[in-house]
Design a protein around this ligand. Structure first.
Ligand code: FAD
Length: 480
């Protein structure tokens, strides 16, 4: 009987356990991607990310065809229709086993349980794999078998559990023998079905979709930039980070490939746990940490804060302020430049994500969930676990989060991390006359030099809002 590989957020041919196992069965293999536009809408999938998925699927279809594996993109509106959709495919193409890589979000888990149940009833084998994490959720626990709630001990335990397999990504599988192909598969290979997702898209062409080119980016980053990562990673004007997040989010590369490449280039850094390559690896571990957390605490997927008491923070919703933040019109240059980078490119530097998230929650006093949603709607690397983790970190509502009394000052953050003002001037051309770091306080520059600035005045007073934020958190805490 034939094998089915159900592609989800593992849109790659190399280091893909589901694909490699299906091919190893020595039977004909069909691949499918299920487009769920209604579900995606509910999950706030960004049009730019949908575009990258679509482009990637077209490339994947060609890659798989070279392995004699046809790829279909099938429509199912939402997750509830997935079991039925798969059942039809299984019957139509005489499938004996379905292989897929696990996802850890609550709705995805529910969908997979329903699929498991309905397919097993029909005698179809369902096999799942953990390729989205180097060490799967539930496998890194404290001595008393609890999930870690603090990152540093999690990382220590995580590092101590790495074994040979974690450093050995799988190669692309060999092609399926043509002699194994039934007519229906040969027909699909001869005339591939078009890939269309039926979801709003916006141009993602500034990002790659070719797997080999993306692996080359990983190699270049590891060889050339990983060492200086620690020094440069906080400065948005520097190309100091890898920009691999969109590819990791869609699984075009795997975290295991990242680890293996780093180890290949920087064995000492990983062994001594020091230096840029190790700091970069720590970011991959953060990614895993947040995945382990959402798997262990389903309330995170239901819009709940990790720290219960922070649900009592009395956020001060103001639609005007929210709009100003979304549109990069807050009068704080580093915040506005960052929000424009997001709108224009679908990506934002990590330091800036922290600054704008802190600004929304602690300066505008707006519930972090509005920011979380806006990010998902616009990010090319939108990823539930990392986004939720990042927002709850910045809003002080999460596990191992920024303590609520440590509040970023957006002006000094700008002066510190964009010291020459280059990033701000690039995204806010109306401030291009202001040299150096003075650009972070444009109105005091304008006053002193008697110039008119077509740039808004700060929409809130940071010192005042900081005090208010502290009191809102303290009130919530006092009612514990
Ligand atoms: P690098 O610095 O090169 O890091 C390498 C990889 O490690 C990244 O590609 C990413 O996969 C992972 N990583 C890095 N930092 C983090 C982190 N803090 N948490 C989890 N994983 C990390 N990342 C996403 O991938 N998707 C999101 O939706 C997302 N939303 C965020 C929201 C907020 C409020 C914050 C503060 C952070 C968010 N991050 C998110 C994490 C981080 O900002 C991005 O992963 C990073 O900026 C991507 O750029 P890069 O690939 O150059 O990262």
């Amino acid at each position: 009987q034939h094998q089915l590989v159900w592609f989800r957020n593992d849109l790659r041919v190399r280091d893909n356990q589901a694909l490699s196992h299906a091919v190893a069965s020595n039977q004909a293999v069909l691949a499918v991607y299920l487009a769920c536009p209604q579900q995606w809408q509910a999950h706030e999938l960004a049009p730019i990310q949908a575009d990258l998925i679509e482009r990637r699927l077209v490339a994947l279809q060609q890659q798989l065809a070279e392995l004699n594996i046809p790829l279909l993109a099938v429509h199912c509106s939402d997750f509830t229709s997935v079991p039925q959709c798969l059942l039809q495919l299984v019957q139509q193409y005489q499938i004996g086993a379905v292989h897929f890589q696990q996802q850890y979000e609550l709705n995805e888990q529910g969908r997979d349980q329903a699929v498991q149940q309905s397919l097993s009833q029909q005698g179809v084998e369902v096999v799942s794999y953990h390729g989205d994490c180097i060490l799967p959720p539930g496998s890194v626990l404290t001595k008393s078998q609890q999930v870690f709630k603090v990152f540093t001990p999690f990382r220590k335990a995580w590092l101590s559990q790495l074994d040979e397999a974690c450093f050995s990504p799988l190669a692309a599988p060999a092609a399926v023998l043509s002699s194994l192909l039934p007519d229906s598969f040969s027909k699909l290979l001869a005339k591939p079905e078009p890939i269309k997702l039926d979801y709003a898209t916006s141009n993602s062409s500034a990002w790659l979709c070719d797997e080999s080119e993306i692996i080359q980016c990983l190699r270049d980053f590891s060889a050339v930039k990983a060492e200086s990562y620690q020094q440069l990673r906080d400065f948005p004007a520097e190309p100091g980070t890898s920009k691999l997040s969109p590819y990791l989010a869609l699984g075009i590369i795997s975290p295991r490939q990242c680890l293996a490449r780093l180890y290949h280039d920087h064995p000492q850094a990983l062994e001594s746990q020091q230096g840029g390559a190790f700091v970069w690896l720590s970011e991959i571990v953060w990614r895993e940490f947040y995945r382990h957390l959402i798997a262990a605490y389903p309330q995170l997927c239901k819009g709940r804060a990790f720290l219960d008491w922070t649900e009592r923070v009395n956020w001060q919703h103001d639609e005007q302020l929210l709009k100003a933040w979304q549109q990069g019109q807050t009068g704080y240059p580093i915040v506005d430049a960052a929000m424009r980078q997001l709108a224009a490119t679908g990506w934002m530097h990590n330091r800036l994500r922290m600054i704008v998230a802190s600004f929304l929650s602690k300066d505008l006093l707006i519930d972090w969930r509005h920011g979380e949603r806006w990010f998902m709607q616009h990010l090319i690397d939108g990823d539930f676990a990392s986004n939720n983790g990042g927002w709850q970190w910045a809003a002080s509502t999460g596990t191992d989060a920024q303590p609520y009394f440590r509040i970023f000052n957006p002006t000094t953050q700008g002066e510190r991390f964009d010291p020459k003002g280059e990033f701000v001037r690039y995204w806010l051309p109306q401030l291009s006359e202001i040299a150096g770091k003075k650009v972070h306080q444009p109105h005091s520059w304008a006053e002193k030099s008697g110039q008119y600035l077509a740039y808004p005045k700060p929409i809130v007073d940071h010192a005042k809002q900081r005090k208010l934020a502290l009191s809102l958190f303290e009130q919530a805490k006092a009612n514990m």
